[in-house]
Design a binder for this molecule. Structure first.
Ligand code: ADP
Ligand code: MG
Ligand code: ZN
Length: 501
């Protein structure tokens, strides 16, 4: 039987604020366990939480980026449950029925299975992060469990979608898009390995056209790949249940990466009754329209807007523009580099047109998406390190050295390798390694004559009509000059001399 998958995601994003949501403790990753704690985030009796304004601002920023409707008043609720990493015995969160979340509605467009798909959002709310339990990790007694409260109280934004996603791949595309937006607007680093972005996936199946089926929630997946695999497994599992005439039971399941299967965490009987109620320690937040407008004015250009601008302004194909705008740093790098190349051209006496010549933009883009990525990959560098070693002005300089014929494109790639290893400017590398292209006619003529003299038979064959041998001669000259000969000049010289005989 063919079923349709119905998926809705609850995505948790840790916010990049300096301090925690209800106290002054620092927000950071790792470090000595329990070194960033205080009576408030440890949930001591009698303490009072004070809301971090920046956390609200970041949530509003996200709301505006996804066309959400920012509430005029928003309130916090207590979500009660017992767990060792939750010292108060409740989590301060927001809940539709006991306090309006900061944002409702909105949505984002993703590339769906068959064309663009709009995934509606239900709400975006703010809550506090729980602590971290440590079981059998290196350096800890395997017979004991430990708790690190450094994470407790880190501001957590939860973005809840409507069940508008139709396949595991679309779920990944959705999550990737959210991550991209979060990173662009600078509210979350999107690092799934470190857990600053996590996701619970709700999935049900139905025959197309039927009402929604009973859902299963898969908790806490921390990579796109696990999420896709978990959803694929779960869709298959539910289909088998239905095909056998059974019914899907609403439950929460966990994903086991080793076994590649989901298993039940709790079923309905053990389901939590969170007994949400308004938190009496926190006042209702009134969100002034003027503040929302201010935040909106500061919002950076969003990825799809930027992509469209790159296409228009620089005449780039959509695919390139999409790759360049994949993250903000890369798009910034691109524009900085193009700015430099046109600046250079304006300073030249070559009479070439300056400005955002689409030729330059295309060259920069080509080099970024092929050579820079290759170098990054080969050296196992992260993007940031690479961009520090090869800043945009260095790449721009390298490209103009090529454009001016100082070095060939091929040598340029070797120069880039050295630049990435050493952080040196291209001129320095070219100088040090003696890579300047030989464009001296006399010198080249000598080499060409030598090669032709060394291969009389091939010369005769060429003249008898085997003109394909030109490539062979080119190769010989290049080898003799360690690739430094100006290829265009060599080509001309060879043709001329071979025709002479
Ligand atoms: P809440 O937790 O707010 O009571 P739900 O449990 O209905 O709301 O929804 C939580 C998440 O589950 C949402 O992301 C929603 O899109 C998704 N969801 C709701 N119904 C279904 C369904 N039948 N199949 C798959 N996902 C669903
Ligand atoms: Mg829920
Ligand atoms: Zn604290």
């Amino acid at each position: 039987m063919n079923y349709e998958a119905v998926i809705g995601l609850e995505v948790h994003a840790q916010l990049l604020t300096n301090s925690k949501i209800f106290c002054g403790c620092a927000v950071a990753f790792g470090g000595e366990p329990n070194s960033r704690v205080c009576p408030i985030c440890l949930g001591m009796p009698g303490v009072l939480p004070v809301l971090n304004r920046r956390a609200v601002e970041y949530t509003i920023r996200m709301a505006l980026a996804v066309d959400g409707r920012v509430a005029e008043t928003s309130a916090f609720a207590r979500k009660n449950y017992f767990y060792p990493d939750l010292p108060k015995g409740y989590q301060i969160s927001q809940y539709d029925r006991a306090g309006e979340p900061i944002s409702l509605d909105g949505g984002i467009e993703i590339e769906g299975e068959d064309g663009p798909r709009f995934v509606r959002l239900r709400r975006i709310h703010l809550e506090e992060e729980a602590g971290k339990s440590i079981h059998s990790e290196p350096g800890y007694d395997p017979d004991l469990s430990y708790i690190d409260f450094n994470r407790t109280g880190v501001p957590l934004m939860e973005i809840v979608s409507e069940p508008d996603i139709r396949s595991p791949r679309e779920a990944s595309a959705y999550l990737a898009r959210l991550r991209q937006i979060l990173q662009y607007i600078g509210v979350c680093d999107g690092n799934m390995e470190e857990g600053s972005l996590r996701c619970d996936a709700n999935v049900s199946i139905r025959k197309p056209g039927d009402p929604l089926g009973e859902l299963v929630e898969i908790k806490n997946m921390n990579s796109m790949r696990s999420m896709e695999r978990a959803l694929e497994f779960e869709i298959e599992r539910q289909a088998e249940v239905l095909d056998d005439g059974g019914r899907v039971v609403r439950q929460t399941r966990l994903w086991n990466e080793e076994e590649r299967e989901t298993f039940p965490m709790r079923s309905k009987e053990e389901a939590h009754d969170y007994r949400y109620f308004p938190d009496p320690d926190l006042v209702t937040v009134e969100i002034a329209r003027s503040w929302v407008d201010e935040i909106g004015e500061d919002l950076p250009e969003l990825p799809d807007v930027r992509m469209r601008r790159l296409i228009e302004e620089y005449g780039l194909p959509q695919d390139m523009a999409r790759q360049l705008t994949e993250n903000r740093a890369r798009a910034d790098y691109f524009e900085a580099c193009v700015g430099q190349t046109s600046g250079d051209a304006a300073g030249q006496t070559s009479g070439e047109t300056a400005g955002k010549a689409s030729g330059d933009a295309r060259t920069v883009s080509n080099w970024m998406l092929s050579e820079l990525l290759r170098v990054q990959h080969e050296n196992r560098m992260d993007q940031q390190t690479l961009e520090e070693r090869v800043p945009p002005d260095h790449l721009a300089q390298l490209l103009s050295q090529i454009k001016e014929g100082k070095i060939s494109g091929k040598i340029g790639k070797d120069v880039l390798d050295v630049m990435a290893e050493s952080g040196k400017a291209p001129a320095e590398v070219i100088e040090e390694q003696g890579l300047v292209q030989i464009s001296d006619t006399g010198e080249l003529e000598g080499v060409v004559d030598g090669i032709l003299a060394d291969h009389p038979d091939d010369v005769a064959d060429y003249r008898a009509g085997k003109t394909k041998l030109l490539g062979f001669f080119m190769g010989q000259v290049m080898r003799a000059t360690q690739g430094k000969a100006n290829p265009k000049m060599v080509n001309e010289l060879l043709r001329k001399k071979l025709a002479e005989g």
